[in-house]
Design a protein around this ligand. Structure first.
Ligand SMILES: Nc1ncnc2c1ncn2[C@@H]1O[C@H](COP(=O)(O)OP(=O)(O)OP(=O)(O)O)[C@@H](O)[C@H]1O
Length: 263
């Protein structure tokens, strides 16, 4: 796989298959190709040659929309949109309030929704036909302020009223609600402290038991209890085995990574 015709391959000679519901950790130094692997899976970049299959079906033959509804990604820096928490978790309004709350509780997000965000709602602005730029100052003086809590907790543009760690939690809750068959965590807990990261790993293991989970992590503890670990180096998979087997071999790339993180 390459990003542009004139560039070198970002991933090469890759051949592996994962089992149903397997929990896979993906590690490797910066630029090794970990994220590129997930872009290929989402068909954000098409393979230069070869194929990727999900449940035996070559993904290049699958409608892009259908492909992406099989996969949830919890990215490193999730971007949220302006609206309520509910809108952010369930943009298509496909789920009941009960289901949304259940995902919020499973993702341990509820404590973030207790404190209200003050939201300005202007009656004139809400009615676009009568909205006039010149009225803006007046509107801001007149308009009522409402306080959003719970599902109505307000999310500012880009999610700027939440920290990156909190945005990752919201993104996790979204994935918990959607329950897609493949979940990709791309450094998803990187901005959380080690304790919260540990709690989140438990949530992920328990709640995504019936999903295939691919976890990209710099923090090796995050992937230590994966079923198997992919070690990438310069665009290639150099190791793919259980963490126990990789650690048994002190010369493995994985053991070297563990030693380099410990120093
Ligand atoms: N959008 C892009 N355009 C061109 N080259 C890219 C692009 N994204 C990544 N690359 C290149 O592809 C290679 C693999 O990058 P990738 O981001 O997949 O690595 P990574 O292991 O995820 O790194 P990191 O841990 O820093 O996120 C690198 O050489 C990188 O420079």
């Amino acid at each position: 796989m390459r990003y542009r015709p004139e560039l070198d391959l970002a991933i090469r000679n890759l051949s592996l298959s994962t089992r149903r519901f397997e929990k896979i950790g993906i590690v490797g130094r910066t630029g090794a190709g970990k994220s590129s692997l997930t872009y290929a899976l989402m068909r954000m970049v098409e393979p230069a040659s070869g194929y990727i299959r999900i449940d035996g079906v070559d993904i290049s033959t699958v409608d892009l929309q259908d492909l992406r509804t099989q996969i949830s990604v919890i990215p490193q820096d999730p971007v949220l949109f302006e609206g309520t928490i509910r809108d952010n978790l369930d943009p298509a309004h496909e789920y009941s309030d009960e289901q949304v709350w259940s995902a919020i509780h499973a993702g341990q997000l509820s404590h973030l929704l207790d404190t209200p965000t003050e939201v300005f709602v202007s009656e004139d602005i809400a009615d676009e036909d009568t909205f006039d730029d010149d009225d803006l100052d007046d509107d801001f003086q007149k308009g009522p302020w409402i306080e959003g809590v719970g599902l109505n907790k307000w999310v500012d543009y880009g999610g700027s009223n939440f920290s990156i760690g909190q945005r990752q939690l919201i993104s996790l809750c979204r994935a918990l609600l959607w329950r897609r068959k493949i979940v990709i965590l791309d450094e998803a807990t990187a901005s959380m402290d080690a304790k919260t990261d540990g709690i989140m790993q438990d949530v992920i293991r328990r709640e995504f038991e019936e999903c295939t989970v691919l976890t990209i992590a710099h923090r090796l503890n995050t992937v230590m209890d994966s079923d198997r670990i992919i070690v990438m180096d310069q665009g290639q998979v150099v190791e793919f085995d259980t963490p126990q087997n990789l650690l048994l071999n002190s010369a493995s790339h994985f053991s070297q990574l563990v030693r380099s993180k410990a120093t």
